[in-house]
Ligand binder design. Structure first.
Ligand code: CAA
Length: 283
């Protein structure tokens, strides 16, 4: 099955990155958000990010123009009914994702593949509540999407091979690398990354090191591009906590217990870069 048009739900950090790479790869993109301002901001951000790619000679000005012209935006979710593939990249809350699938379902074409960019919610459970569990899977990008090479492809228990291979073809066309993961809590990347970030927060909580020394230790001592606390701020502390809770609940092992300091920051509304305050102060 050939995919030509892609519907993306959510124009936030992930949704706009996904729209950016899909449009550059030649797909027609319909980008949806409930908020018109979020759509306008996403178009501005994609234009600025592509401007930078043009100035660094990664893409041509013509490719940028064509890509931006391939993107349409809408606040009406059901406009996505004409897409061949839908990638839901809304807030990481199961009830929100569920409501989106419920509203979309009656408007989809029979062949449409439904996917979620969820970083940890069970694909099998999300799929089981749709009319097409065999055409449902996880399509998980990493942030920042235009830069990161990996896409995790997660099969739910009922996902069929045709669906998997159609999504794998899309990843190939993006010139990214797919990692196939089974549907267990937090899949591969976050199963490994989040306990490391959580351990960095414990290291701070127990006074073993300061924010700066923890981050510089991992940058200079383990060659990570960002320290774990800086990365937590970049991802969003609410997202980190939500993923730790999924691991803790889903695997029932105390080694995944979220650090109380991480919980406290989230309760304070210190969510990292997006609120200008997390382990670092961006004000
Ligand atoms: N959008 C588009 N391009 C971007 C970008 C963005 N948001 N941020 C950076 N870039 C580009 C820059 O333009 C630059 O491009 P060139 O190579 O053409 O010059 C390149 O990325 C490198 O950027 P910088 O020179 O500004 O900065 P850097 O070298 O410090 O790299 C970084 C920035 C790529 C973000 C790097 O710090 C990094 O790799 N950090 C780790 C990111 C990471 O681990 N992401 C995964 C998070 S986990 C996840 O996403 C899963 C989940 O579910 C939570």
């Amino acid at each position: 099955m050939e995919i030509k048009s892609i519907g993306i739900v959510g124009a936030g950090q992930m949704g706009n990155g996904i729209a950016h790479v899909m449009a550059l790869a030649g797909y027609d993109v319909i980008l949806n958000d409930i908020n018109r301002e979020a759509l306008d901001n996403a178009m501005e951000l994609m234009t600025a990010n592509m401007d930078r790619q043009v100035s660094r000679e990664k893409i041509t000005a013509e490719a940028q123009q064509k890509a931006l012209a391939r993107i349409t935006t809408t606040t009406t979710l059901t406009d996505l009914g004409k897409a061949d593939l839908i990638i839901e990249a809304a807030t990481e809350r199961e009830t929100v994702k569920q409501a989106i699938f419920d509203e979309l379902m009656p408007h989809l074409q029979p062949h449409t593949i439904l996917t979620s960019n969820t970083s940890s919610i069970s694909i099998t459970r999300l799929a089981s509540r749709t009319d097409r569990p065999e055409k449902f899977m996880g399509f998980h990008f990493m942030n920042p999407v235009p830069v990161m090479q990996l896409v995790e492809l997660i099969r739910g228990i009922a996902t069929d091979e045709e669906t998997f291979s159609a999504c794998k073809d899309v990843v190939d066309r993006l010139e990214k690398t797919a990692a196939s993961a089974e549907d267990f809590p937090a899949f591969i990347v976050n199963r490994i990354l989040m306990p490391m970030i959580n351990e960095a927060v414990y290291t701070l909580y127990e006074g073993v090191g300061s924010v700066k020394s923890i981050d510089s230790s991992m940058k200079l001592g383990a060659n990570h591009p960002m320290g774990p606390l800086e990365l937590a701020d970049f991802i969003g502390l609410d997202t980190c906590l939500a993923i730790m809770n999924v691991l803790h609940d889903g695997l029932a092992d105390t080694k995944y217990r979220p650090c109380p300091l991480l919980t406290k920051y989230v309760e304070a509304g210190w969510l990292g870069r997006k609120t200008n305050r997390g382990f670092y102060d961006y004000r």
